[in-house]
Structures are given as C-alpha cells and as structure tokens.
Design a protein around this ligand. Structure first.
Ligand code: SME
Length: 166
C-alpha cells in the first residue's frame, strides 16, 4: 500500500480537517495500537511544519514508556510526577507549553525543543498514554493546533476501540 502525505494548504483549521481525514484513512481497517500509533506519528511529523519530535508514550500501569515516534531518540521512561508528559497523564488534560525553558519540570530529551503540546490518551476513563509534539520554535502551538491534535488522538483511540467492541 502506498499512502500520500497530504500537501496541506489554507487556514490552520482547514489544514487540520485534511490531516484528520488522512489519519482516519491511515488507520481504517487496522486496530493494532502500535501499528496505528507509528503511522499517525509519521503522518503528523511529515505533514506539519516546525516540529522536531512527534510520538507516543504509553502507560504501563506505573509510568510512561516510549512508543512509536519520529525524531531523535528520547527518554524511555517518564514517571507521572515528572515533566510535561507526566502532567498531561496525571491531570488527564492537554498541556501546551509556549516556552519549555520556563518550565522547571520540563524533561529535555532534545535540546532543540522550545515549545511542546501533549495530549492525554484516555480510553473508557483509563489512561492509555500521551501524544507528544515538540517544536524548535517558541509558542509554535495555538488553539487550532491543540484542537487538531486532540482530534487526531481521538482518531487513534477510536481505531483501537473498534477492536475492543467488535
Ligand atoms: N519534554 C517531555 C519529555 C518527552 S520528550 O519531549 C520527547 C516532558 O517534559 O515530559
């Protein structure tokens, strides 16, 4: 199978509409979490500008463990009481950090990272992990990015839920 990475144009919101559709097409017919997370991370990394890391951490019942990603090798395990990813997982709310240098708790996996967006993955009330995007540009992520990435995280969760409920 070959999959076209979309050329995204127009307003940020319009771009995300296309990206969400592409993510849906990419996971259609597949319910394996690792497979779909791997392809979603590649899709987002290659579709959006100004990113240096896009990927997943999964909750193993104790801490977050690195999953499929694009970018430089990163920290393998993150306790829930540490970092931006830990905060997203612990509070079950999206974390958007305009300047990671201003967050003492930030875990610097790649020294180039300046801003970060982390969306928690919650399925049936249970923490599955987080979807993490890093940028070398300060304040790279706005409301439209947050809404768009939350929607893409929901596409991934839906694809895995199909397996559980079928
Ligand atoms: N910066 C994150 C750690 C993960 S890396 O960015 C890939 C954090 O503070 O949780």
């Amino acid at each position: 199978m070959s999959f076209e990475i979309p050329v995204l144009a127009g307003s940020t919101r319009h771009r995300y509409d296309e990206l969400i559709e592409s993510a849906q097409a990419l996971v259609a017919g597949e319910t394996d979490l690792i497979a779909n997370a791997a392809n979603v991370s590649a899709l987002v990394y290659h579709s959006l500008p100004q990113l240096n890391w896009v990927g997943f951490y999964f909750f193993d019942g104790t801490e977050l463990v690195i999953g499929p990603f694009q970018g430089k090798p990163a920290c393998v395990r993150i306790p829930l009481d540490r970092g931006v990813c830990g905060a997203a997982a612990r509070t079950a709310t999206t974390q958007r950090v305009d300047d990671v240098h201003a967050v003492p708790d930030h875990i610097a996996c790649d020294a180039a990272s300046r801003s970060e967006l982390v969306v928690p993955l919650i399925r049936d009330g249970e923490l599955l992990g987080v979807f993490d995007l890093d940028s070398p540009v300060p304040a790279r992520f706005d409301d439209a990015d947050q809404a768009g990435i939350e929607a893409i995280a929901a596409v991934l969760l839906d694809s895995v839920c199909r397996r559980d409920h079928s």
